[in-house]
Design a protein around this ligand. Structure first.
Ligand code: HEM
Length: 141
């Protein structure tokens, strides 16, 4: 049975899927395939919304999870976390504005904004997976 303890794994899978869709979407637009680019980017947004729902559900139910690693891995973990967290907050309006510009067919403004949005979104997804691995698999409490 699926329970709340499985949510972090599901969330990490959603984050990984998001990173793959963002990379694929970038690859498609470089080859001028707008339809596939649009599908991948909307997919990335959909899995990110699911991730956010799973993340909030988990943390409302269980509270904060403490990192138990010691030694050099500790500053590594906290550096990742302190860069990941503000960027994860910032990416929400950035992704929505980037999407809105595309849907309004303001493509040059979309492209200018997307050049910031895409790398930040990728960084947030990849570091989200790293935080999961460090917190739940490599250094479980
Ligand atoms: C929020 C999600 C999205 C992100 C992160 C994103 C990302 C990007 C990036 C990075 C570029 C520039 C590629 C380059 O430098 O060559 C781009 C261009 C483009 N995107 Fe998106 N995109 C998103 C959603 C969409 C959607 C929904 C459409 C729907 C039609 C779209 C249509 C386009 C088009 C037509 C271009 C080419 C613009 C030009 O070269 O003038 N994008 N996008």
């Amino acid at each position: 049975m699926f329970s709340v303890e499985h949510l972090p794994t599901l969330n990490a899978l959603l984050n990984s899927t998001c990173a793959v869709l963002l990379l694929a979407g970038f690859g498609f637009i470089r080859r001028k395939n707008v339809r596939a680019h649009r599908a991948c980017m909307l997919g990335a947004l959909a899995v990110s919304v699911l991730f956010l729902a799973g993340y909030l559900t988990y943390h409302f139910q269980t509270g904060t999870t403490h990192f138990t690693g010691t030694g050099i891995v500790r500053p590594v973990y906290f550096t990742i976390l302190t860069t990941h967290t503000p960027l994860a907050i910032a990416i929400v309006p950035m992704a929505l504005i980037t999407l809105r510009l595309a849907l309004k067919r303001r493509f040059s403004a979309h492209r200018r904004m997307a050049r910031w949005t895409l790398p930040i979104w990728l960084y947030v997804s990849v570091t989200g997976v790293l935080v999961y691995l460090m917190l739940y698999l490599w250094y479980p409490s």
